[in-house]
Ligand binder design. Structure first.
Ligand code: HEC
Length: 140
């Protein structure tokens, strides 16, 4: 009896820990605003900041809207942050600080319509970011 209760408690904790998505408010408005400045400095020459727009002259993919969801659904914020840090900006990967990459990632989430909230994308909180999934809007 006692063990059954403990088991339930443990299971509900782990369910809670896994149950995060970009719809839960995983970045703050302030963080995204810091990221906007970084995005305009380092990204906008190749990636637009409006859905359906193409920036620059190169073959940079759109990272807003349908294209974004096609590529990133069921991956995590950690995956997105890693790809941005390890491959972007194209000519100088890994050239910004961890904080700047986190802020730019927050801004990319904002551009994609995911809500701001109370949490901050903290590159040191790897596990949390790995458990925060990029998903379609939850059904109401
Ligand atoms: C010089 C042009 C250029 C700049 C500047 C640039 N990118 Fe890219 N980006 C590309 C190209 C080209 C690709 C596709 C090839 C690749 O994935 O390496 C790409 C791919 C990506 C992808 C993956 C695409 C996908 O399928 O979702 C993301 C995310 C991304 N860029 C974000 C950024 C961010 C954030 C910045 C600013 C820190 C940035 N890029 C700066 C050219 C650029």
């Amino acid at each position: 009896m006692k063990y059954a209760f403990l088991l339930m408690l443990i299971m509900s904790f782990s369910a809670y820990a896994e149950d995060k998505s970009v719809w839960d408010g995983v970045y703050t408005q302030t963080q995204a605003e810091a990221g906007k400045a970084g995005y305009e400095r380092s990204c906008i020459s190749c990636h637009a900041d409006k859905e359906g727009e193409v920036a620059g002259h190169g073959p940079a993919p759109a990272i807003i809207g349908e294209e974004f969801m096609y590529r990133w659904t069921d991956t995590s914020v950690a995956d997105l942050l890693d790809v941005i840090r390890q491959t972007m900006p194209e000519a100088a990967p890994n050239s910004l600080s961890g904080e700047e990459y986190a802020a730019i990632t927050a801004y990319v989430l904002l551009l994609n319509g995911f809500p701001a909230g109370n949490r901050v994308i903290d590159p040191m909180e790897r596990e949390e970011l790995m458990m925060t999934y990029i998903e379609e809007a939850p059904a109401l």
